[in-house]
Design a protein around this ligand. Structure first.
Ligand code: HEM
Length: 380
């Protein structure tokens, strides 16, 4: 039986790539850990300088601007990245860590008040939205607005284009306000910074903000829901992790490896390129398949097993190389704090109802979390 998180197993053992049609284009997916890391380093051959085409499927219909810094190559990408790095580093600031701890305490208090809770929309979504306000240094009340946008900022249901406009209009309002009355928040910072000695254009500011909202949303939400589901089936693991910060760090990394909420992401070949025997035409795409690499049996011993003490754990759930996820410290903070608080306060979790989220493509199906997960929790 194929592992639901790893539909690439057989093909990865047989060949370094699997082809899959996405929007009428045949894309080779790089499956093995070493090949994928080499391709990530080789940004001249596998470029990210392709607005809207880095995500697969591409997002021409869903947004108007190029996302930054992801849809660019070094050396410009390195400069773009530096502009927003100070905000992403806030995940290590004591006040942000403290706010995240309080947030999980509060959300668990709320969850204990009712007999059951739907984790995806009523726990993970507000957690993600409110925690992002700490990172971007905006008032926490904004988190309520962001929660109202749903799981994916562009496509929560069938309303992609309309949804994209809600985010777009929101961002323009924030930049207008920041230009009139700048503060220390993320939006204001973007109106003040320079790139190559000039101010950013409004589209560039929007491109940064768009990614800050889209990048860490469903990825964080699906990881949180999957962790609840794991502990429902393994209550003994909660006991083992209680008061054990080092074990919690290792467990977090294993959850990121196993869940790998972002299956893959694209690159574009500027010229005709041979990708392990498959010819990619100029401007054609290649997929960096993080989820397959994270199950590569030549790197991870029994990759299908969830070993919360797995070490080393060189997973690529956050990517590799120049574009290594800027939000990773924030995602790690959230997952570590969730595990810490669950292990302190929860003795067991019961799944009442669940609907898995399945990513369905022409050549694979993959479980990437939950559409909905209703649970009941027992306190210590
Ligand atoms: C479990 C959660 C997350 C996962 C699995 C994840 C995954 C990834 C991956 C695989 C990349 C590399 C893309 C590439 O190589 O083209 C990436 C980049 C990025 N992510 Fe995340 N991400 C997560 C959370 C977040 C969060 C919370 C944020 C923001 C608050 C965020 C913002 C970004 C940004 C800005 C980049 C682009 C970095 C660059 O191009 O230099 N991510 N992420």
């Amino acid at each position: 039986m194929k592992c639901p998180h790893d539909p690439f197993q057989e093909q990865r053992k047989a060949a370094p790539i699997q082809t899959c049609d996405f929007q009428g284009e045949t894309v080779p997916m790089i499956l093995r850990h070493a090949d994928l890391r080499a391709a990530c380093k080789d940004w001249k051959t596998f470029s990210s300088d392709a607005p809207f085409r880095v995500p697969i499927p591409s997002e021409e219909e869903l947004r108007r601007v190029r996302q930054l810094p992801i849809e660019a190559d070094p050396p410009e990408q390195t400069e773009w990245r530096k502009i927003v790095e100070p905000f992403f580093k806030r995940a290590r600031a004591p006040e942000v860590i403290e706010s995240v701890e309080k947030l999980f305490e509060e959300m668990l208090d709320l969850a204990f008040e009712s007999k059951s809770i739907e984790i995806v929309r009523d726990f993970a979504l507000p957690v993600q939205s409110r925690a992002l306000t700490y990172l971007l240094d905006v008032p926490e009340s904004e988190g309520e607005v962001w929660t109202s946008w749903g799981i994916h900022v562009f496509k929560d249901g069938e309303d992609g284009e309309q949804k994209g406009m809600v985010l777009e209009n929101y961002l323009q309002e924030k930049f207008d306000a920041a230009e009139k009355n700048p503060g220390d928040d993320f939006f204001s910072a973007l109106t003040k910074v320079t790139f190559q000695d000039r101010p950013l254009t409004r589209d560039e500011m929007t491109g940064f903000a768009n990614l800050a909202f889209a990048g860490g949303r469903d990825t964080v939400i699906h990881t949180i829901a999957s962790i609840f589901s794991y502990f429902a089936e393994h209550p003994e693991a909660l006991k083992c992790l209680k008061g054990e910060p080092k074990r919690i760090v290792a467990a977090s990394e294993e959850f990121f490896r196993v869940v790998t909420p972002l299956t893959h992401i694209g690159r574009v070949c500027p010229v005709t390129t041979d990708v392990h025997g498959h010819e990619v035409k100029p401007k054609g795409r290649v997929s960096m398949c993080w989820s397959s690499a994270n199950n590569d049996e030549t790197v991870f011993d029994s990759p299908e097993e969830i070993r919360l003490d797995r070490k080393p754990n060189p997973h690529v759930a956050f990517g590799f190389g120049a574009h290594l996820c800027l939000g990773a410290p924030h995602a790690r903070l959230l997952v570590r704090t969730l595990i810490e608080k669950l292990s302190e306060r929860v003795s067991s979790i019961e799944i009442i109802e669940c609907e898995e989220k399945i990513e369905t493509e022409q050549s694979y199906e993959r479980s990437v979390g939950y559409e909905s997960l209703v649970i009941a929790m027992n306190q210590h």
